[in-house]
Design a protein around this ligand. Structure first.
Ligand code: MTE
Ligand code: MO
Length: 316
């Protein structure tokens, strides 16, 4: 009998993956023997499938959301994007941000500094879809299908040098389209960072698609980073430069309010924000209130990253 794949990936009707891709994957998963033998899984190496949409890719069944998908209209109309203002209603303003041409720079302490056109980069990586939970520090959450590739693939392209210990993600600061940049008390551009080990973790993901389509500008198109185990502010939108360094970056929110937003920002229900509890979260769409999980439920991937760092403020 072919191995039984857990049912978690058999998502409800609302799942955004085009039907033919789901069917294609089921057929491929029928090759149970191959999977058991440790051959490449069918969704690994799947290129973006042109037929349905340029950003439709095979869903990676390892990422079981354990929650219903957030309706697309909610995930794409309730956003945090301070470059466009502090309201959640930024989609129409963000639509003015040009999505092409787009270049991504890999720089700093790397063997292969380079500037990549986004479409050229997409030819070098394997796209997959991951349904991931997202948890904002403000205690709302969503569960959405992202298309993209592991950050580890960019590390391979860049070749970090032995002295590189941290990674900075610089996001675009476009004066022409971003009215928030005129609010000069904010430390623009929006820069976030992590350790090299965090960037190399399987869960750190570069997203170029959402619900099988290019990531809409308000959600961070054309390319954003995702740290699903950290509060959402770590997941910078519209990334232009990834910089490798030996100094721990001081990120946007940490510069603004270091007593409330730290470097690590791992999700933890037991460590309240100084002004509110983090024990529960509200799901976009249904408004259901559910308990928050340590590392947003991704401890099996990331808990080991923090061994020996217990004295750090890991959950702020
Ligand atoms: N450049 C940039 N990236 C950003 C933000 C921002 O204001 N500017 N907000 C962050 C916060 S607080 C959250 S919760 C998520 C929101 O992502 P979403 O709008 O796709 O839900 O983006 C993060 N990335
Ligand atoms: Mo957030």
């Amino acid at each position: 009998m072919p191995i039984r794949i857990p049912r978690g990936w058999e998502l409800p009707e609302s799942a955004a993956t085009p039907e033919h891709l789901v069917l294609g994957r089921r057929k491929a998963l029928g090759l149970g023997g191959l999977i058991a033998a440790g051959a490449a899984l069918p969704w690994q190496g799947a290129r973006a499938q042109q037929a349905a949409s340029p950003m439709a890719a095979m869903r990676n069944p390892a990422f079981r959301p354990e929650r219903a998908l957030t309706p697309e209209k909610d995930a794409t109309s309730y956003n945090n994007y301070y470059e466009f203002g502090s309201s959640k209603n930024v989609a129409s303003a963000a639509a003015r941000l040009p999505q092409r041409p787009w270049t991504l720079k890999l720089e700093g302490m790397v063997d292969n500094p380079q500037e990549l056109g986004l479409d050229d980069l997409l030819k070098k990586v394997s796209l997959e879809e991951r349904v991931l939970r997202h948890r904002c520090v403000e205690a709302w959450a969503m569960t959405v299908p992202w298309t993209g590739f592991p950050m580890a693939e960019l590390l391979k392209l860049a070749g970090p040098q032995s002295g590189a210990k941290f990674v900075e993600f610089h996001t675009v600061a476009d004066r022409g389209t971003m009215p928030g940049l005129r609010q000069s008390w904010y430390p623009w551009p929006y820069v976030e960072g992590c350790t090299l080990a965090e960037a190399a973790n399987e869960l750190c993901f570069m997203a170029v698609g959402l619900y099988g389509k290019p990531v809409p500008p308000q959600n961070g198109g054309p390319i954003r980073v995702l740290f699903p185990w950290k509060y959402g502010f770590k997941s910078g939108k519209a990334i232009t430069t990834i910089r490798f360094t030996d100094k721990r970056p001081v990120s946007f929110w940490e510069q603004l309010q270091p007593t409330e937003y730290g470097f690590w920002a791992n999700v933890n229900p037991e460590v309240p924000h100084p002004r509110w509890s983090q024990a529960h979260e509200r799901l976009l769409g249904s408004n259901e209130r559910v308990p928050t999980k340590l590392f947003n439920g991704y401890g099996e991937y990331v808990a080991s990253l923090y061994a020996g760092l217990e004295k750090e403020k890991l959950y702020l």
